[in-house]
Design a binder for this molecule. Structure first.
Ligand code: NAD
Length: 441
């Protein structure tokens, strides 16, 4: 099939690459000329495991092309995917200006039947608005499909190639048939396509993200109570997750969720509820608990060094909002680092992939290191903020010996308390009593 994808960010690039990988001819379009120029040379602007190999292969076979020319994409493609950003506006609603700009341009260019597929996360009711705009701009026929994306950064290629489910929101039998063909290569083991009306499809995406975030915030609230009653949240988490009705995913306590999706999608759901007079009380509590989790963690470190913050240098492991990505948008790790800087602490940091992006946001205020151990030299504490694999089994002896003061603040509960204790380190984590008796073997 001939396809085009408008918006070549995390979602658009993965979508375009994976669709070309199964034999489609895909034109990827972005308004960012630099990004397109670099992609034409095979330079990938994001870190996503497995992505560069797919792009290389399909660029060479000419199944995948990059351009800034929307006209070319629309005239040559049967299906047009929209994957532009939908960030949060100041009032919590979704800022749809990028979507609207593409829709208006597209409306002027449509001359024959096309399927328009919305991959961006857009508020409930967007389908009706876009359809109306397009009808006002073109006499050409089209079908609109709400096809929210569920990939997760860090595992995006795998998620796209082997999706848990594909939600297709359309009332058109013609579009349904085209979408079924399009996704068939990804459904060989079993058909996981779910068809529904566009409004329900739009709603499903918000409900899914809010549910996942709710689990994280729930665990963070339980973790707080664990600290007060002397329970170990890691044992509680295992006990809880082993119930098949509950399951173990998204139950990890820590400094909370971030990224470009959960915070803004929950805010948008709350806004939609407000517009319809339906309070989204759970969603509101989820955001509140989330904000509290990272504040509490950062405050604990401030209190520990109370009165002498100016002399403190922290070694930070992890800046990305989660492991396996270079994305620092709404990163709780960056939020904590900003707090440390506000309190006049010095920060040395290392992240396997997100150093450059974080450095740009923090504008030279932190010292970026080339590896995890280098950050420790001359520091007063190790602060773990992202759960990268390479941080999970450190050489605790080396950590203790390189740190000026042998203390770890772990915002991701990565370590076994007994091992840390044996290494003579003081250890603070989330929802577990601190290990304070440094030096004991
Ligand atoms: P992104 O910011 O990484 O990329 C968006 C791209 O759209 C940018 O390259 C931008 O230049 C381009 N763009 C903006 N306006 C344009 C225009 N008029 N014409 C052409 N290109 C234009 O965004 P993302 O993270 O890929 O997210 C895209 C959408 O998918 C959002 O709605 C997001 O909520 C949703 N989503 C994201 C993820 C994720 O993990 N990132 C997962 C599921 C859904």
């Amino acid at each position: 099939m001939r396809l085009c994808v408008v918006g070549v960010g995390y979602v658009g690039l993965v979508t375009g690459a994976c669709l070309s990988e199964v034999g489609n001819e895909v034109i990827c379009i972005d308004k960012d000329q630099d990004k397109i120029a670099r992609l034409c040379e095979g330079k990938i602007p994001i870190f996503e495991p497995g992505l560069s190999e797919i792009i290389d292969r399909n660029l060479r076979s000419m199944r995948l092309r990059f351009t800034t020319d929307l006209r070319r994409g629309i005239s040559q493609s049967q299906v047009i995917f929209l994957a532009v950003g939908t960030p949060a506006a100041a009032d919590g609603s979704s800022d749809l200006s990028c979507v609207d700009a593409v829709v208006v341009e597209m409306g002027r260019l449509l001359t024959e039947y096309r399927v328009i597929v919305m991959k961006s996360t857009v508020p409930v009711g967007t389908q009706a608005r876009i359809t109306q705009t397009l009808h006002s701009l073109t006499g050409a026929s089209f079908d609109y499909v709400a096809n929210p994306e569920f990939l997760k950064e860090g595992g995006a290629v795998e998620d796209f190639m082997r999706p848990d489910r594909v939600i297709i929101g359309t009332t058109s039998p013609r579009a349904k048939e085209i979408m079924t063909d399009l996704y068939a290569p990804f459904m060989r083991k079993s058909n996981r396509m779910l068809f529904m009306d566009p409004v329900s499809a739009e709603m499903t995406k918000y409900a899914a993200n809010t549910m996942l975030a709710t689990r994280i915030s729930f665990m963070n609230e339980i973790a707080l109570l664990c600290e007060h009653v002397g329970a170990d949240v890691e044992l509680v988490r295992r006990g809880l997750g082993s119930d098949p009705r509950i399951g173990s995913a998204f139950l990890f306590p820590g400094i909370g969720f971030g990224g470009s999706c959960f915070p803004k999608d929950i805010a948008s759901l709350i806004h939609t509820g407000r517009m319809r007079g339906v309070p989204m009380s759970i969603a509101e509590a989820v955001l509140q608990v989330n904000a509290h989790a990272r504040e509490r963690f950062a405050d604990r470190i401030k209190q520990y060094f109370s009165g002498r913050q100016d002399d403190v240098t922290l070694a930070v492991w992890g800046l990305a909002f989660k492991a396996n990505t270079d994305d620092v948008r709404e990163s709780p790790a960056l939020h904590c680092v900003k707090k440390f800087l506000l309190w006049n602490m010095n920060v040395k940091a290392y992240d396997p992939e997100a150093g450059q992006a974080a450095g740009a946001v923090l504008d030279g205020q932190i010292q970026l290191c080339r590896n995890a151990y280098e950050t420790l030299d001359g520091c007063d504490a190790l602060v773990v903020l992202t759960d990268w694999q390479e941080f999970r089994m450190p050489d605790f002896e080396a950590v203790r010996n390189r740190l000026g003061k042998p203390v770890i603040f772990d915002g991701r509960n990565l370590y076994d308390q007994t091992r840390v204790k044996q290494a003579g380190l003081e250890y603070y984590s989330i929802g577990r009593l601190p290990v304070c008796n440094a030096g004991s073997e």
